[in-house]
Design a protein around this ligand. Structure first.
Ligand code: URA
Length: 264
């Protein structure tokens, strides 16, 4: 438990000094942070930890451990409500400490359509619900255009916590939170999954292709029990708000979705 507390304190300190990456290219920022502040595992009469490098590798280990913990916790969840509580009390993703809310999925638990975005933005973080800001309003309009209301679908995100400044989630953040998303899919058992944006498409389909390549045709996601689910990637509404010329492509994606729903 002490070790866990140390790690949490360390992550809080990283956030205070502005560190947003603990691995990857930007991790060098850690070296520029003041060395005197951390008190991780150091009592008054011990020599402080001087070198940040072991801390980085211990954080890489922390990510691996957090992924494992997330997977194990997910297996314990027998209902969506239990899963929600597990996510709310999970401390393995540093984003949580900077966020106001844990934004879990919301909507129709018997939905045929499950919509997956990237991560909560400022409005979602404030209100604790997915897609309630500008992107959400555009999504509502797009759904309505194909005859779907918000009450008809289940909406969630890859990450339940807002990344600072809405930055793109890191690979480790996605890896740690992915088991929670996959377990939500197991409970909802949708007929189709709509992946909004590259982060959601890459995370769930386990590839690195651009959203421009992925969008517009049916792909497949396989649930834990090996059931295949039809998955369609499309542009994220936030991208459409900045690039309205792409709305026509999104419209064709939504029509494709509607056609699939009418099959069988
Ligand atoms: N963008 C997302 O990806 N998800 C939200 O919930 C809101 C904005």
């Amino acid at each position: 438990m002490k070790q866990q507390e140390d790690i949490i304190n360390l992550l809080k300190w990283y956030m205070q000094v502005g560190v947003t990456e603990t691995c990857g290219e930007n991790a060098g920022l850690i070296n520029k942070a003041p060395a005197a502040v951390p008190s991780v595992g150091v009592s008054a009469n011990q020599t402080p930890i001087e070198q940040p490098r072991p801390i980085i590798s211990s954080l890489a280990q922390t990510t691996t451990t957090a992924c494992k913990n997330a997977r194990e916790l997910c297996e314990k969840a027998q209902t969506l409500e239990e899963l929600k509580q597990i996510v709310e009390s999970f401390d393995g993703c540093a984003l949580k400490f900077n966020a106001k809310s844990t934004v879990f999925g919301a909507g129709n638990l018997n939905a045929e359509v499950m919509i997956i975005g990237e991560a909560p933005g400022a409005d979602e973080d404030r209100l604790g619900l997915p897609f309630v800001g500008r992107s959400g309003h555009l999504l509502d309009k797009m759904l309505l255009a194909v005859g779907l209301k918000r009450q008809d679908v289940y909406i969630t995100n890859v990450l339940p916590w807002r990344p600072p400044g809405n930055r793109t989630p890191t690979d480790s953040e996605v890896a740690v939170c992915l088991p929670f998303l996959k377990r939500q899919i197991d409970f909802i058992k949708p007929k189709v999954i709509l992946l909004l944006g590259g982060s959601a498409a890459n995370a769930l389909l386990d590839n690195n292709d651009s959203i421009s390549r992925l969008r517009g045709h049916w792909l497949e996601y396989v649930m834990s029990d090996k059931t295949p689910v039809a998955a369609l990637a499309s542009f994220h509404p936030a991208y459409l708000l900045r690039n309205s010329a792409q709305k026509a492509k999104s419209w064709s994606d939504f029509l494709r979705l509607l056609k699939k729903l009418k099959e069988n």
